[in-house]
Write a protein that binds this ligand. Structure first.
Ligand code: KIV
Length: 274
């Protein structure tokens, strides 16, 4: 007798269907079990274990230092939490660029050891041979074009990408190649809204979704860094970011109240004691 355990999470087929039908796709980053459970229950379509964990969780100034083992460790908690949302894991810098063999090996490790549903890889035509091998191995791939933070040192900063015609044309070509190869979605980061809308139309015939961050409203969906949209980092407010909450203030207030209660002896009360 065979036992078939049903995966209840959003599938790549569903994301493709949403891209074609025009139903908007919501994605947020997640790095731990507790918050991922809330985000999943609140109804987001996709959870991204972003390598922005390097900044958000570890306090680095770029995404470059985080390792494959660290990404797998974080992803396991998110996967345990996710009942409905698809879990996509970022392949960290250095885990897929050296050779196609290593790229396939790293992606298989992530899928096997975390239980996630797909991986995300930065880059266009130059990554295509590796992406084709990863897809052939049965690992769904989300692309990432525009501002690709793992190339920050090459770009010289985190500014808007594809402002000039040459870079915009290359991005359009890259997106088409990724979609044609079989990527089920592509993150478009910090590019002009008009270009992102063109890319979205370009890849739709391949049933490929586009997920924008700082790329306007013409994409199939949107992604934000969870801690940024929750307002955990008061000093960070780029134009594309909307604060949907101000949790930094809430956390500070709660911690101040707790500390005061401990110091003045009002916590714990008798009913809070055994
Ligand atoms: O790592 C990340 O959080 C990302 C998103 C910004 C798309 O790649």
């Amino acid at each position: 007798m065979s036992v078939h355990v049903q995966n209840t999470r959003t599938t790549t087929a569903r994301i493709r269907q949403m891209a074609v039908s025009g139903e908007k796709i919501s994605m947020l980053t997640s790095y731990d079990y507790t918050l991922a459970r809330l985000v999943d229950e609140a109804g987001v379509d996709m959870l991204l274990v972003g390598d922005s964990a390097s900044n958000i969780v570890c306090g680095n100034t770029t995404t470059l230092p985080i390792t494959l083992d660290e990404m797998i460790f974080l992803s396991r908690g998110v996967v345990r939490a996710a009942q409905k949302s698809m879990v996509v894991v970022d392949m960290p810098f250095g885990s897929y660029q050296v050779s196609d063999d290593e790229a396939v090996h790293s992606c298989i490790r992530v899928l096997k050891e975390s239980g996630c549903d797909a991986v995300k890889i930065e880059g266009g035509a130059e990554m295509l041979p590796a992406i084709k091998r990863i897809l052939a191995a049965g690992v769904p791939v989300c692309g990432h074009l525009g501002l690709t933070p793992q190339s920050v040192n090459q770009f010289g900063g985190f500014g808007l990408r594809a402002k000039d015609e040459a870079e915009a044309d290359k991005l359009l070509d890259d997106a088409r190649l990724l979609a044609e190869a079989g990527c089920f979605c592509i993150v478009l980061e910090k590019i002009p809204a008009e270009l992102a809308a063109r890319v979205t139309e370009e890849v739709k015939p391949y049933r490929c979704a586009t997920i924008g961050i700082g790329a306007g409203n013409g994409t199939s969906g949107q992604v934000l860094v969870l801690h940024d949209m929750l307002g955990f980092n008061k000093g960070f407010k780029p134009k594309f970011l909307r604060h949907f909450a101000n949790l930094a203030e809430e956390v500070e207030k709660a911690v101040q109240d707790y500390t005061e209660a401990v110091k003045n002896g009002s916590f714990p009360k008798e009913e809070e004691s055994y």
